[in-house]
Design a protein around this ligand. Structure first.
Ligand SMILES: [Zn+2]
Ligand SMILES: [Zn+2]
Length: 327
């Protein structure tokens, strides 16, 4: 069957015979199957159209974030939605020998199991951390380091705010460090945690920050709070620092880099990510056995170059106008 994979203004389009498959399109396309890999806002379409293929979890989280999917389906013909281990409900899509990773992580983290990569001929992979400098520490090393840090701060009576993306990272942090108490949540994290609990994710309960503040609970130090990633200039962070002397610990893959300072906006930064690191990306490509790799998101040129030069795999960034026919 003739196939085409290309990048359009609306995102990735695969044409397999008469079938059009849009992968994480900006706007859901009326004449296509639109696959939405997960509910992070840069992957959600801004408008409905056609059929949207997504997991039940992604549909519900999208709803909570203000995007109501019309014509949602969770199964389509022989397409397989493969757990991508990125956040709750995140999937890759395997169809007609093509595997699209969406955002992917092959490392186990708390309740999230690392992705198992399927065999395919054509691989479309993200490479957010596709530079060799991005190698993340093992999870048990991170846990030990952070527990020691919290312990040290607690010893001095200092409250600690753990920060990570509201959807995904914040729930992993809650699970990994929720044994510290008293445990509070930024209100937005509490809302997202509740949805995770509904899907059976085991997360400790805690009071939201507005309520805790009203009840005067934050005056009793130390305490721990899980909050979304925010800059030190943010009013909430400044309040927590000036009123309670709180210290912030941020969790981000970018913390690993010497070049990207936005990974270090917090007092301490821990290189923990919901994406593959460089070595994991390379392993993912090897495991897939793909003959052709298209790179998207992040260091697309550098990672494709590495695959070609070091591994002899046919690879290229998927960019607009890079029309590629193959059968
Ligand atoms: Zn994502
Ligand atoms: Zn993404």
């Amino acid at each position: 069957m003739p196939r085409k994979v290309r990048m359009t203004k609306n995102g990735i389009l695969c044409e397999v015979g008469d079938l059009r498959v849009c992968l994480d399109p900006k706007t859901a396309d009326a004449s296509s199957i639109n696959f939405v890999s997960h509910a992070h806002s840069d992957h959600l379409p801004s408008k409905n159209g056609g059929t949207i293929l997504a997991s039940i979890e992604t549909n519900e989280i999208a709803n909570l974030r203000g995007f109501k999917m019309e014509n949602h389906i969770e199964l389509f013909e022989d397409f397989s939605l493969i757990d991508s281990g990125h956040i709750l409900g995140a999937k890759g899509l395997l169809f007609d020998d093509i595997f699209y990773t969406g955002d992917i992580c092959t490392r186990d983290r708390g309740f999230l199991q690392g992705a198992k990569v399927p065999k395919c001929k054509t691989l479309i992979t993200e490479c957010t951390f596709g530079l060799p400098e991005f190698i993340f520490p093992k999870m048990d090393v991170i846990q030990k380091q952070v527990n020691e840090l919290i312990s040290e701060l607690y010893g001095k009576g200092i409250p600690v705010i753990l920060m990570g993306y509201q959807l995904g990272k914040a729930q992993t942090i809650t699970q990994l460090f929720g044994h510290w108490g008293p445990l509070y949540f930024h209100d937005s994290v509490k809302q997202m945690n509740t949805l995770h609990q509904k899907f059976g994710v085991d997360l400790k309960e805690g009071i939201g920050h507005s309520e805790a503040q009203k009840m005067g609970l934050l005056d009793k130090k130390p305490w721990i709070m899980v909050a979304p990633m925010m800059s030190g200039k943010n009013k909430f962070v400044q309040d927590m620092k000036s009123k309670y002397g709180a210290v912030t610990i941020g969790f981000s893959g970018w913390a690993q880099s010497t070049k990207f300072s936005f990974g270090r906006r917090t007092d301490y930064s821990i290189p923990m990510s919901d994406h593959c690191d460089f070595d994991e990306l390379v392993n993912l490509v090897k495991e897939s056995g793909a003959e052709q790799v298209y790179t998207i998101h992040g260091f697309v040129e550098e990672f494709a170059e590495h695959l070609k030069k070091k591994l002899g795999i046919s690879a290229q960034p998927l960019i607009e106008n890079s029309l590629d026919d193959f059968t």
